[in-house]
Design a protein around this ligand. Structure first.
Ligand code: ZN
Ligand code: ZN
Length: 253
């Protein structure tokens, strides 16, 4: 009896603290990380999966660069997928891919997408991206779950002449999630993305995302296990929980 009460109290405490509903527990997620399959990465998959599991990450997506994986997409996907089961009681693993959309780097064939649980699209808004003038058309053709990596989408919406709300509403309707990239590591010179910092500071932006029902993911974008900071990921995941936003862990239940 006493134990039951304790459990109830702790659930109420979590609700008050993190704004969670009973049965609506948000998983601590990191949906952006690199291994030696990326030219700029060097860790074995097991090394970073172990670091994530030990750091309390519950949902972990490995997302090597498409132009690092190159012809090895079947090998990569088989390897990452083969680790899901052995790790299942410690961490839920996803096989993702980060896809560059600059013409010299984009090499995806439609059937290859299906080797992955999800993809992160990058270079949106860059000079020369193949998504220029066709962002939603490009995204809608992707046959798996998809998100936009490390991009200030409030600024991007304006450049394509849409109000932020209309843009984000269309994103939600098109099943595109948005990454809050919380990287803080040597390979990125310890810079923090300004769009991410601004988002967490700006209740108006948070209202727009909440009203548009856009799904938000968190990613550390790790390239070196010695730089990996799971407590930082946890902190930002819990902030999203407090804000009562839709979070990408829901997509992978
Ligand atoms: Zn990237
Ligand atoms: Zn990355």
């Amino acid at each position: 009896m006493r134990r039951k009460q304790c459990t109830q109290y702790s659930i109420v405490f979590m609700q008050l603290t993190f704004g969670m509903k009973i049965g609506d527990y948000m998983k601590i997620m990191d949906l952006h990380s690199h291994t030696y399959f990326s030219n700029c990465g060097r860790d074995e998959p097991e090394t970073i999966i172990d670091a994530a599991a030990e750091g309390g990450i519950e949902l972990f997506g490995i997302t090597d660069h498409n132009y690092g994986i190159n012809e090895r997409e079947v090998e990569y996907s088989r390897l990452i997928n083969s680790m899901k089961e052995p790790y299942a009681d410690r961490i839920k693993l996803l096989c993702g891919i980060e896809i560059a959309t600059l013409p010299d780097y984009y090499n995806m064939k439609e059937e290859e997408y299906k080797l992955f649980d999800f993809c992160l699209i990058e270079n949106v808004g860059w000079e020369g991206t193949i998504t220029k003038d066709c962002f939603f058309e490009f995204m809608e053709k992707i046959p798996i779950k998809k998100g936009i990596a490390h991009t200030d989408l409030f600024a991007y919406a304006e450049t394509i002449g849409m109000t932020p709300f209309d843009f984000f509403k269309k994103m939600a309707d098109s099943g595109i999630f948005w990454e809050m990239n919380v990287s803080y590591d040597s390979i990125h010179n310890y810079r923090e993305h300004p769009y991410m910092l601004e988002f967490f500071e700006d209740p108006k932006k948070q209202d727009i995302i909440r009203d548009a029902k856009v799904v938000i993911s968190v990613g550390f974008d790790g390239h070196r296990v010695e730089d990996y900071l799971p407590p930082r990921i946890k902190e930002y995941c819990l902030k999203l929980g407090e804000m009562k936003l839709k979070t990408a862990d829901e997509l992978f239940k």
